[in-house]
Ligand binder design. Structure first.
Ligand code: CA
Length: 235
């Protein structure tokens, strides 16, 4: 596999330097931005495979950078949040970040997250021949190789975790998954997230795929249990 490029968007020079040292030791190419606008420019120019994005940035903060990045790209984003409160974590995930790490963090733990996120992205490209790569329904097409989501004929940007969650559910129509199962299968056993992570992603997916997100017909809640994907037939 070619060397992955990691873009670090962080305004504190010491922290940028620390991240560069650790990332380069892992064999990644590192590109740095000290503020949000430069980060957005570099995200496009550098062909970054992953973005480490600080939430607290001057001029254009991490939330806006994340939102704008998501409008144009599916590049995986790991967000650095200064506060550990639930609100920030949920906000990060709602904005389309793939993972988040709370400051102060252990560089080792962050490197483990970087590897995990890149492995998931890489795994999709290298999936064995013959494995199901495309799911097509009346309203939806999911292409796992290009990681493209088509909703009623339009390509809809879909961050990696949302795509994996939808793929898992759609590949097993009518099977009910508990939130614990979904958390473990999509995020892994070592993930620190709680069950609300699943709900946040389901809500985002509904906004993308449902005709009326307040009355979901595809991604159904099974009260007291979890979620299932309901194939809409004859529409
Ligand atoms: Ca900062």
């Amino acid at each position: 596999m070619a060397t992955a490029t990691v873009l670090v968007v962080e305004d504190e020079p010491h922290l940028r330097e620390l991240l560069r040292v650790y990332l380069e030791a892992e064999g990644y190419r590192v590109v740095e931005a000290g503020d949000g606008p430069r980060g957005l420019e570099l995200a496009c120019e550098s062909g970054a495979d992953l973005v480490i994005l600080d939430l607290m940035l001057p001029s254009l903060d991490g939330r806006d950078v994340c939102r704008r990045l998501r409008e144009r790209s599916n590049v995986p984003i790991i967000m650095l949040t200064a506060r550990s409160d639930e609100v920030d974590r949920v906000v990060g995930l709602e904005l389309g970040a793939d993972d988040y790490v709370t400051k102060p963090f252990s560089p080792r733990e962050l490197m483990a997250r970087v590897r995990a996120v890149l492995r998931r992205v890489d795994g999709r490209a290298d999936a064995p021949e013959g494995e199901e790569m495309r799911l097509a329904f009346a309203d939806l097409v999911l292409d796992r190789r290009s990681r493209e989501l088509l909703v009623r004929g339009s390509v809809i940007p879909c961050p990696p975790k949302e795509f994996e969650l939808l793929w898992l559910l759609a590949a097993h129509p009518r099977r009910v998954f508990t939130r614990e199962e979904l958390l473990n299968m999509v995020w892994g056993y070592d993930h620190f997230g709680d069950l609300r992570t699943v709900d946040v992603h389901i809500r985002r997916l509904r906004e993308k795929i449902e005709r009326d997100p307040s009355e979901p017909r595809l991604l159904r809640t099974v009260w007291g249990v979890g979620y299932k994907f309901e194939e809409e037939l004859g529409s």
